[in-house]
Design a protein around this ligand. Structure first.
Ligand code: ADP
Length: 256
C-alpha cells in the first residue's frame, strides 16, 4: 500500500491526498468499474487505508449502484461536494449529479471535499480518448491499472504500432511511476463443479504486460457471484471475503 512506507511516490496534486491511481481500460464492458470498486474496498478494509473512489466514467457512471449509494451529495461552506461513504470508502460520482433537479456544475475531483486520503482510486471512462488523456495529464497520478480481458489484450497487442495507442502510451505507460495490468474474466469458473476453463487461452496478458514493461498484477476469474454481488451493491470482497476472487482483489490491493 502507498502509505505503508517505502517506495518513492509522486505527491498528488489534490491537497490532502497522498496517492491517486487511475483504473483504466481499452474499451467498455471489461470489468473496469467492478475492479475499481473491489480494489477500493480491499484497500480500505484489508490494507486499512483511508480511501476515496471517484467515478469519472461520464458515459455510464456505475459507482452509485455498485456501492449502493444514492441521493445528491451535500455541499460544504467552501462550495465543495461532500463524498458519500459505504463499505469504508468515500465516493463521488458524476452519477450523483445527473438527476431531474437543477444541474450541479461538475468541477472535477478538485470540487470534492475529500479530506485526508491515503489513496484516491479513479474509475476512468472506458477507452483512450481526450477525456482520459486530460485526466491523466492534469492529475499527478501515482499509477495506472489497466483492466483487460484476454481478448482485449489481443486487441491492444495488435494495435501496438497504431498512432492512437502511441498517444495513449504517454500518460498510461510512460509518464507514470507505476502501472500494472489486471486480467479480468481470465477463465470461466463453473458455479457447479468450480472447474476453471480458460476459454480464451492462458498466459497472454502476463506476456503482453511483460512486453510493455508493465507489472502483471493478477487474474480475476469470470464468476457469477462477482456479477450478482455487484448488482446488489455489495462488492465480492464484502459479500464473499474468502472467495478466490476476493482473495485475488486483496492480493492486488496489497501490491498497489
Ligand atoms: P466496465 O466498467 O469495464 O464497463 P463493468 O465493471 O461495469 O465493466 O462490468 C461489466 C459487467 O460485467 C457487469 O455486469 C459486471 O458485473 C460484470 N463483470 C465484471 N467482471 C466480472 C467477473 N470477473 N465475473 C463476472 N462478471 C463480471
Amino acid at each position: 500500500p502507498a502509505s505503508g512506507g517505502g517506495g518513492s511516490r509522486k505527491s498528488a496534486s489534490i491537497e490532502g491526498i497522498k496517492d491517486i491511481i487511475a483504473v483504466a481500460s481499452g474499451k467498455g464492458g471489461v470489468g473496469k468499474s467492478t475492479t475499481a470498486v473491489n480494489l477500493a474496498v480491499a484497500l480500505a478494509k484489508t490494507c486499512k487505508l483511508k480511501v476515496g473512489l471517484l467515478d469519472a466514467d461520464v458515459y455510464g457512471p456505475s459507482i452509485p449502484t455498485l456501492m449502493k449509494l444514492e441521493g445528491k451529495p451535500e455541499v460544504n461552506e467552501d462550495m465543495k461536494m461532500i463524498p458519500m461513504k459505504n463499505h469504508d470508502v468515500w465516493c463521488m460520482s458524476i452519477g450523483f449529479l445527473i438527476g431531474k433537479d437543477a444541474p450541479v456544475v461538475w468541477r472535477g475531483p478538485m470540487g470534492v471535499a475529500w479530506g485526508e486520503l491515503d489513496i484516491l482510486v479513479i474509475d476512468m471512462p472506458p477507452g483512450t480518448g481526450d477525456t482520459q488523456l486530460t485526466i491523466s495529464q492534469r492529475l499527478r497520478l501515482s499509477g495506472a491499472l489497466i483492466v483487460s480481458t484476454p481478448q482485449d489484450i489481443a486487441l491492444i497487442d495488435a494495435r501496438r504500432g497504431a498512432n492512437m495507442f502511441r498517444k495513449v502510451q504517454i500518460p498510461y505507460f510512460c509518464a507514470l511511476a507505476d502501472s500494472g495490468l489486471i486480467e479480468n474474466m481470465s477463465c470461466f469458473k463453473c458455479p457447479h463443479c468450480r472447474e476453471k476453463t480458460y476459454i480464451f487461452g492462458h498466459g497472454g496478458a502476463r506476456k503482453t504486460a511483460e512486453e510493455m514493461g508493465m507489472e502483471f498484477l493478477g487474474e480475476i476469474p469470470l464468476e457469477v457471484e462477482i456479477r450478482s454481488s455487484s448488482d446488489e451493491g455489495s462488492p465480492i470482497v464484502v459479500s464473499a471475503p474468502s472467495s478466490e476472487a476476493a482473495e485475488a482483489y486483496n492480493e492486488i490491493a496489497q501490491r498497489v
